[in-house]
Design a protein around this ligand. Structure first.
Ligand code: SF4
Ligand code: SF4
Length: 379
């Protein structure tokens, strides 16, 4: 078995960014080539016959225009690039809601896979993996198929995220955890800081990877599922997913303390708090959005927190908002199934007809992520 202890020193904190304001297939492929060249992302990484997993964000069944999933044009272009380099391309994920086939069909990814002759791969076969790095330690159930690939091309979507502030490259590796196990890792890491360290530990345990972020149309507001599509006009790529997330933070005007993964990376000494150790090749300043709606997850945490006493930071953890069912609820019960601690109960006497027991809620926001109707509010 290959060593799972990745050497961080091997990763280059270089990010390529390119302007790309529409999903025209030829334009997207040209922009992808440009960002991969700018970050030296794909050179020497694909040998003839190499098995390459392209891992989109396939959170839930949604149309590509809704910006919930990575756009199929990006996936088709990546498949073509992998095949031109002699690799064998697979496209796979383990969606949070719906089956892989259903999400692929509705998002348009299935058509992209079929037309390019690649294979759709369900990441549901389980493999126990022991991870031991400075971010996390323990045995975790991961996708056997993903862990046995020669290269993972992590094809993420840029979206706000109620729990982590932003989901881009690092968070997208959470899909490597097979279906039902995802919610148990929330229970295992109820504190946001622990969960962020787990995400970093997971990322640094992956097979060799490079990450691409679809920010042509991102999601702002109540992401990762119920937010609004927001044209950003950019594609980004890097062999270093943490550096790539830092570039996404700059693009959307977040500071590191508003994004839990970056906060953890700064605390662990992997990243500088002003991102000055991240080399960005491309027009980041021209593409930067000053008015990006950060939603409930990323708002209001100043970088000044780090100069405050520990107990104030603990208070900050406790002040995270609580989920409430709002009047839009149609009683589909999807959220009940998604809750890792089973604290959502049907309550037929009232409208809305659900009751959330806040004394047991760990504020993982899986319910908000799972609800197809935007019927979970946070306050
Ligand atoms: S809150 Fe959303 S997921 Fe839960 S029952 Fe209502 S509509 Fe369905
Ligand atoms: S009610 Fe929602 S936020 Fe609370 S534990 Fe359940 S899924 Fe997580």
């Amino acid at each position: 078995m290959p060593s799972l202890q990745s050497s961080e020193e091997m990763w280059e904190k270089t990010v390529g960014i390119s302007a790309c304001n529409n999903y025209d297939a030829a334009f997207v492929k040209g922009s992808l080539r440009d960002v991969l060249q700018k970050c030296r992302g794909i050179e020497h990484r694909i040998e003839n016959g190499a098995r390459v997993l392209i891992k989109p964000n396939m959170l839930a069944p949604a149309l590509s225009k809704d910006a919930v999933t990575t756009h199929p044009v990006i996936i088709a272009a990546l498949i073509e690039i992998v095949r031109e380099m002699g690799g064998v391309a697979y496209v796979g994920d383990s969606p949070m809601r719906g089956t892989l086939d259903e999400v692929a069909q509705i998002s348009g990814i299935k058509e992209a896979v079929t037309q390019t002759g690649a294979s759709l791969l369900s990441l549901e076969e389980e493999k126990e993996v022991f991870i031991d790095n400075k971010y996390t330690t323990g045995t975790f159930t991961l996708s056997a198929e993903a862990m046995e690939m020669d290269l993972i091309i992590n094809a993420a979507k840029l979206k706000t995220h109620t729990l982590t502030g932003l989901t881009a490259a690092v968070k997208n590796f959470y899909g490597i955890i097979p279906g039902k196990h995802k919610k148990f890792y929330h229970v295992r890491h109820p504190l946001l800081s622990d969960f962020a360290n787990f995400l970093l530990g997971l990322y640094f345990s992956m097979p060799p990877s490079l990450s691409v972020v679809d920010a042509i149309v991102a999601m702002e507001g109540m992401g990762p599922r119920s937010g609004r599509p927001r044209p950003c006009g950019a594609i980004l790529a890097s062999p270093d997913a943490v550096a790539l997330d830092a570039a996404c933070a700059r693009l959307t005007s977040h500071n590191f303390a508003e994004i839990s993964v970056l906060e953890a990376a700064v605390k662990q000494g992997y990243l500088k708090s002003d991102f000055s150790d991240v080399k960005i090749n491309g027009p980041i300043e021209e593409l930067k959005l000053q008015d990006f709606d950060k939603g409930a997850g990323g708002k209001g945490w100043s970088f000044l927190w780090r100069y405050l006493p520990v107990f104030i930071n603990n208070l900050r953890e406790r002040k995270r908002p609580w989920p409430y069912v709002n009047e839009v609820c149609v009683g589909c019960n999807t959220c009940i199934d998604s809750c890792p601690v089973e604290c959502i109960e049907a309550n037929s006497k009232d409208t809305p007809s659900l009751f959330i027991d806040h004394s047991r809620c760990i504020r993982c926001y899986c319910c908000q992520e799972a609800c197809p109707y935007g019927a979970i509010s946070l306050r």
